[in-house]
Every structure is written in structure tokens, then in C-alpha cells.
Write a protein that binds this ligand. Structure first.
Ligand SMILES: [Zn+2]
Length: 341
């Protein structure tokens, strides 16, 4: 028995006023066939030498017992369930709506009723999968108040982007793992997606860069890295480029342009969809050094207003392109003869 506090009050046990202790006691109980140990809270009357639990304590002891059971049975505890719900900022009743459960189900799970395994699995999936939350939300839209819907949509989307970014980043890093000890491919830099994101943002935010479509952006990234290598013996980003018919293209570029900090619009062109990269509200570049931005400015000065064909044509004249077999990795050593100074 551990004493939490002692206070002078009416003792519920002997009905006299005296110093009453609030205590915790280790208890053991069998619930759903499992023996459970947990800590219960009581008032202790030293005159009657008796433990006494008021309504509130009976209730919280019951939750403690059931949480101990949940832990032992591998189920989410009440705190974990409400944490999942608060992550999405959604009310108990709206979450029930989304999941097609009775209106009080979550309220009960966050207190005395132990959830079954099927519902437990659904709550865990919800926690791990913001995309699924968004799907459920959209199909329940007509049943949810518009202001709440907008709020849930915003929170869910932010979580989805965060998750999606983590997923994309680890997929990109996995594709770069085999170049870790290949400075000729990386330009002597380990891939830094922070640098990549800032380079893209720097180009897209410049008012000296027009019509920044995909081919032009990828070429400008290569020119930035190659010029850095020429000047300082290392690239800026650590991207690894392949020689494709239109020039240098970084490995995993499809995932890179999908990162949440990279903004583009899709434009219907004659022969498919074009990706046009857009300025961002973020104008800070904490990872780029002043040498880096000088390099990017030189690339912008040369190619910022050039049409795509001009930059592709320039690339086709670089040793990096003529000396590299189609689809091979472009070696940074060729940057030494780069046309930019
Ligand atoms: Zn008493």
C-alpha cells in the first residue's frame, strides 16, 4: 500500500471527520479468463482499518484493470485509442460515423468497454494509414458538418503528406544505397534530399526562370551539381544522373518530384501531360551555402529563360553526354570540361 496523500475530510468509511489517506494497492483479478495485475486506488480509514472506493475510484480502478488486460492481450489501451483519435483531431461520434460503428462505440472503447480484436485491428490500421482515413472521410462527407469535415480533411491531408514523404524518402534513399561509395557517380556527396528540395525550390522561385518544365528542371539540377563539381570538386546534392536521350536525368526523379515540398501543375500538352514547376511560399534555403547559390545563379543566368530545346542541345555537347553510353551513369569527372564557368 502506497500513500498518495493525506487530508482532513469526512471519512466515507466511518462517517467521521479525520485524516483520510488516499492510497494505491496492487491488485490481481481475472478478466476474460486472464489473470491481471494492476494498481487500484482507494481511501483508507485507519480507524476502521478499511479500504473504501468511491464511485470515481471504482470507475478508474475498473479502467486500470481493463487497460492491464488490454496490454496483456495485445490490444490498444484507452490512452492509445484516444491518441489515435486526437492525431486526426476527430470527435468520438464522427469517428464512429467514418468507421460505420454505433455512435457510442469509440466513447465506450475510450473507457470501460474492451474492444474486440477486429475493431482493434481497424483502429491500428487507421493509425498507420492516413490515406485510408481520407478515403473514409470522403465517403462520409454528406453525414459530417461542413466545418468539421474541412478540419478533418486538413489534418488528414497533412498526416498523409508527412507519411507519404517518409515513404518516398526511404524509397529514394534505397535506390541510392548502391552509390554510397561511388564518388564518381555522386560527385563526392552523399545524397541530401534537403539540398535537392532547396535546389528545386530555388530554381522555381526565381523570376529569371521561365517555363520550368520537367526536362528543363532535371537538366538545371545536373548543371548545378556539375558546375559545383567543376569549381569545388564536389556536387551540391549527391544526385546520381543517367544519360538519357534528352540529357541527364537523376535516379528516382519520379519520387523526388512527388515530395510534398515540390510543387507543380499538370498541363495537358499535345502529346501527353507536362509538369510545370511552381514557385513556393518558402523562400529560405538553410542547406544551401553562398557558394551553392552562386552556382545556381550562374545556371539560371545561362538557362533560366532558355527554351527546353536549348538546354537539351547544350547538354548534348557536353563531354558528360558524348562520353557516356546511353542510359549509363554520368561520371562527374566530365564536369571538368563543362561549358559553364
Ligand atoms: Zn474513517
Amino acid at each position: 500500500m502506497t500513500v498518495l496523500k493525506t487530508e482532513m475530510r469526512l471519512c466515507p468509511c466511518c462517517m467521521e471527520k479525520h485524516d483520510v489517506q488516499t492510497v494505491t494497492v496492487p491488485e490481481s483479478n481475472t478478466f476474460k479468463g486472464i489473470v491481471i495485475e494492476y494498481t487500484a486506488e482507494y481511501s483508507f480509514c485507519d480507524k476502521a482499518d478499511e479500504l473504501y472506493a468511491d464511485e470515481e475510484q471504482i470507475s478508474s480502478n475498473d479502467i486500470s484493470m481493463k487497460n492491464a488486460y488490454r496490454e496483456k492481450a495485445g490490444l490498444l489501451t484507452t490512452d492509445q485509442i484516444s491518441a489515435i483519435r486526437s492525431r486526426y483531431g476527430i470527435s468520438q461520434s464522427d469517428l464512429c460515423l467514418l468507421l460505420g460503428w454505433g455512435g457510442k462505440t469509440i466513447t465506450r472503447y475510450e473507457s470501460h468497454q474492451v474492444q474486440d480484436i477486429a475493431h482493434d485491428t481497424i483502429l491500428r490500421k487507421l493509425d498507420a494509414d492516413p490515406e485510408w482515413f481520407l478515403e473514409l472521410l470522403k465517403s462520409a462527407q454528406s453525414s459530417i458538418a461542413p466545418a468539421s469535415y474541412a478540419k478533418y480533411l486538413e489534418t488528414g491531408t497533412a498526416l498523409f503528406e508527412q507519411d507519404h514523404d517518409l515513404y518516398l524518402k526511404s524509397a529514394i534513399m534505397a535506390k541510392y544505397a548502391r552509390f554510397l561509395h561511388n564518388p564518381e557517380a555522386t560527385g563526392g556527396r552523399e545524397l541530401s534530399l534537403d539540398h535537392v528540395e532547396e535546389m528545386i525550390r530555388y530554381y522555381a522561385n526565381s523570376d529569371q526562370v521561365t517555363k520550368l518544365f520537367l526536362v528543363k528542371l532535371l537538366k538545371m539540377l545536373w548543371y548545378g551539381d556539375a558546375l559545383s563539381y567543376k569549381r569545388y570538386g564536389h556536387s551540391i546534392s549527391g544526385l546520381v544522373y543517367r544519360a538519357l536521350p534528352m540529357g541527364a536525368v537523376p535516379i528516382a526523379y519520379e519520387s523526388i518530384i512527388d515530395l510534398s515540398t515540390v510543387h507543380y501543375e499538370e498541363i495537358e500538352m499535345g502529346d501527353g501531360t507536362g509538369y510545370r514547376f511552381l514557385p513556393s511560399e518558402k523562400k529560405e534555403y538553410p542547406h544551401l551555402t553562398s557558394e551553392d547559390t552562386e552556382i545556381l545563379n550562374a545556371v539560371i543566368q545561362r538557362f533560366g529563360k532558355a527554351p527546353k530545346n536549348e538546354i537539351v542541345e547544350a547538354m548534348h555537347h557536353e563531354d558528360a553526354y558524348t562520353e557516356t553510353a546511353p542510359h549509363d551513369i554520368i561520371q562527374f569527372k566530365y564536369a571538368k570540361t563543362l561549358s559553364l564557368l
